[in-house]
Design a protein around this ligand. Structure first.
Ligand code: MRU
Length: 352
């Protein structure tokens, strides 16, 4: 059975010398595009979740460097100005390694440029290629991940890992898109994903847009859902995968992995190779972003916690590698990940 969906959501675009981002804080109620002319404003947009999701953050930061080069044009100290902007972008969010991966690449492009005008055109070309390569890679990993899914049961996903979280198509949601098209998925469940509601606001919006039926659940309903036998795979994305396979992802992922193991449900992490931090030995060293307590104490701007209560708001947790059945990348699938198996995905040092 083949069921074709239409994936055409593209949240990041560069037009007339400016970066435009689909404001993910306003979805699903309204589609509003924000326009950015300089890198510090892009850093604020990343911090404030106008754009979010590890690959999307990396691509956005890459375009931020294009803006930095444009702003520095005509200045004798243009290299120093661009360097300051790159540091500002690095400080926007700490956990997703794609941000640093993208900025390291852009920094190398700037260093190799002989003039600021060359830097503008070179960084622009590399950022555009990064965006296109991300979409192509997501289609590849989506197809690879879909092959692991035996038809007949549902899948559960967490947070948003779709077109909105990437250049397009998505990682875990890319696997779900591909598996849905191949008729391998009976039903799709999406955790609402407190406190930002990436699941109910963004994942559900994307799936409805594609014509893929979705059921949203509170995280607290996951245990009984997994016990029911309706779900064959939990499929999530990643913000940073350590060299041994330990995986940082949206808060709540670790709990899902424990539940999946307890109920004999398989657990898949889908991410581009750029999300693997081969320099990070294991998950204990991954910096976990702590966000403001108001995000958990209030909902849609309305305080919901009792006055006087404090909030605890880590944005990510780390799932140990031994709870992961498969890490799916555009370069291949690693089952039962170990340091040695993951190392096979490592890119040989290549010129940009
Ligand atoms: O805080 P967010 O919304 O940026 O967190 C996003 C996630 O945790 C995603 O699962 C991860 O970045 C992978 S997106 C393809």
């Amino acid at each position: 059975m083949n069921r074709e969906h239409s994936d055409n959501i593209r949240p990041i675009r560069f037009r007339e010398g400016a970066l435009q981002l689909l404001d993910q804080r306003r979805l699903p109620q309204e589609s509003v595009w924000q326009t950015y002319q300089d890198a510090p404003a892009v850093a604020v947009a990343i911090r404030d979740m106008v754009v979010r999701g590890a690959p999307a953050i990396g691509i956005t930061a890459a375009f931020g460097v294009v803006l930095a080069c444009q702003r520095a044009a005509g200045q004798h100290d243009w290299r120093a100005r661009v360097a300051v902007d790159i540091e500002t972008l690095r400080g926007s969010r700490p956990t997703a390694v794609n941000l640093f991966w993208a900025l390291d690449r852009m920094q190398a492009v700037v260093a190799a440029s002989e003039s600021v005008d060359a830097a503008v055109s070179e960084t622009r070309a590399v950022a555009e290629r990064m965006l296109e390569a991300d979409i192509a890679g997501n289609r590849q990993l989506g197809a690879l991940g879909a092959q692991l899914i035996d038809p007949g049961r549902g899948v559960l996903t967490h947070c948003n890992t779709g077109s909105l979280a990437t250049g397009g198509y998505g990682t875990a949601l890319g696997v779900i898109r591909a598996a849905w098209d191949a008729g391998r998925i009976k039903e799709v469940f999406a955790d609402e994903t407190r406190p930002w509601l990436q699941g109910s606001r963004l994942t559900a919006w994307e799936l409805v847009h594609d014509g893929i039926p979705v059921q949203v659940l509170c995280e607290g309903a996951a245990a009984s859902l997994l016990r029911s036998g309706r779900v064959g795979w939990v499929i999530v994305g990643a913000d940073r995968i350590a060299a041994n396979g330990d995986t940082a992802n949206k808060i709540g992922t670790y709990g899902l992995a424990l539940l999946a193991r307890a109920h004999g449900v398989r657990f898949m992490v889908a991410a581009p190779v750029a999300t693997i931090d081969f320099e990070m030995a294991d998950g204990s060293g991954i910096p976990i972003e702590q966000r403001g307590e108001d995000e958990v104490l209030a909902l849609a701007g309305q305080r919901v916690a009792a006055d006087g209560a404090r909030g605890y708001n880590p944005a990510f947790d780390v799932t140990p590698a031994d709870l992961i059945d498969a890490i799916v990348t555009e370069r291949g699938v690693v089952e039962a990940p170990t340091r040695e198996r993951l190392a096979t995905l490592r890119e040989p040092a290549a010129a940009e």
